[in-house]
Each structure stands twice: as structure tokens, then as C-alpha cells.
Design a protein around this ligand. Structure first.
Ligand code: ADP
Ligand code: MG
Length: 209
């Protein structure tokens, strides 16, 4: 079970990780984009943190919806709508829930991923956050299916996310600003994949404590 308290801790931990990695994310985006990914994400999640107290007594679905609306309305750039869509779609089956079962969490990862795919129209190996979110979801689903328990399943998801992130480096970008560079996008790690990895890692760290 993942409690609402842990969900709130996760959102705070992710916001803090984004703040700590703001320059790093922006440097990654400077190499193959327009040098704003860290700035975009930090702006969005600082706003999210300001909104959280007003929804802390609501259900997890409402909390995710608030995260979504805040990101969509405050982050320019591709990543705001994409993360906003992830949280919106993740919230779909969570109305009224004060805690998440392992199956709920699997649903969150699947729905969030599908939302990013539908919104961004990227395919695997296009060098986007999808190359991190997708292998993570597959690893999580497999571990859940094998009855490993939520924390172990999430550890395996984070391991898969880390590998997926490393694998973005040699890819040629086919979506987003990085795709404008063609071959010159090769050899650089994807910024949005990097923030997606941090998102999953922060959830794991909360659940491990
Ligand atoms: P922008 O590219 O508009 O400046 P950001 O720099 O905040 O936005 O985010 C860039 C990241 O967004 C990329 O590194 C990539 O992971 C992700 N991204 C861009 N386009 C797409 C897409 N169509 N589908 C999935 N992810 C995408
Ligand atoms: Mg950018």
C-alpha cells in the first residue's frame, strides 16, 4: 500500500530533486534543445508545492489532478503538457482513494505512460522521456506479476529506468526540439528522460523509508 502521505512526500521529494538538478537538466537541454528543461520543471514543481496544502485533505486523484493542472498552466515547453498529461491520466481511476494498492500503482504507471504516448506521439527510441517511462512500466508490471511486492517491483522499475536513460545517449532524436539537430543529437542524454528517471527514483526512496 502507498498512503496519501507517501504520495505527498514523493511530490515534495521530486520537487526538491528537480531544484537540486535544475542546472544539470538545463545543461543537458543546452546540448540538444533550448536550455530550459531544468527551469521549466523547477518553475512547475515550485508552483505544485504551493498548491499542495490546499488539496492535502483531498483524495489522491484530486491531488494528481491539481498537479496536472498546475504543470499544464505554468510550464511552457513540451515537458509541462507531457508531465501534466502523465498526472492527469494517472489520476483517472483514483477518485476517492486515500491509498494506492500495487494494482493502483501499476494503473498509474500504465495510464500515465499511455497519456504521454497519445499526447506526444513519440515512439520508443525517439530519444524522449518515453524511453525511460516505458521500460520502467514494463519492469514494474513484470515484477508485480511475479509477486515481488511493491518496493522490489519499484526497485526493478528504477533500474530499468536508469538503463533506459543511459540508452538515450546514443539515440538520434526524432521528437521535440532535439530532433531539429538530426545526427548532432547523438551522444547526449535526453533531458526529459533524466527528469522522468528522477521522478521514479524519488518515489522509490519514499517507499523504502
Ligand atoms: P522544450 O523542448 O519545449 O524546450 P523541455 O526542454 O522542458 O521542453 O523538455 C524537453 C523534453 O521533453 C525532451 O528531453 C523529451 O524528453 C521530452 N519530449 C519532447 N517532445 C516529446 C514528445 N513528443 N513525446 C515525449 N517526450 C517529449
Ligand atoms: Mg527545452
Amino acid at each position: 500500500m502507498v498512503s496519501k502521505e507517501q504520495i505527498l512526500q514523493w511530490l515534495h521529494a521530486f520537487a526538491a530533486a528537480i531544484e537540486q538538478n535544475k542546472d544539470y537538466l538545463t545543461e543537458l537541454d543546452a546540448a540538444i534543445g533550448d536550455a530550459d528543461h531544468g527551469i521549466n520543471m523547477d518553475r512547475g514543481f515550485k508552483k505544485v508545492i504551493l498548491q499542495l496544502p490546499s488539496v492535502a485533505d483531498k483524495d489522491i486523484g484530486s491531488i494528481f489532478k491539481t498537479v496536472s493542472m498546475t504543470l499544464i498552466s505554468s510550464v511552457g515547453g513540451a515537458s509541462g503538457p507531457l508531465y501534466g498529461t502523465w498526472f492527469l491520466r494517472a489520476s483517472t481511476d483514483l477518485a476517492g482513494k486515500q491509498e494506492l494498492t500495487e494494482q493502483d500503482l501499476l494503473g498509474v504507471f500504465q495510464a500515465g505512460l499511455n497519456g504521454v504516448i497519445q499526447r506526444g506521439k513519440a515512439q520508443l527510441r525517439d530519444k524522449t522521456m518515453l524511453d525511460v517511462l516505458s521500460p520502467a512500466m514494463v519492469a514494474f508490471a513484470k515484477a508485480v506479476d511475479e509477486g515481488r511486492g511493491t518496493v522490489v517491483a519499484l526497485q526493478q522499475a528504477v533500474t530499468a529506468a536508469e538503463q533506459g536513460l543511459k540508452d538515450t545517449t546514443p539515440m538520434l532524436a526524432k521528437k521535440g526540439r532535439a530532433s531539429y539537430l538530426g545526427d548532432r543529437s547523438i551522444g547526449h542524454q535526453d533531458p526529459g528522460g533524466t527528469s522522468a528517471y528522477l521522478m521514479l527514483k524519488c518515489l522509490l526512496e519514499v517507499l523504502e523509508n
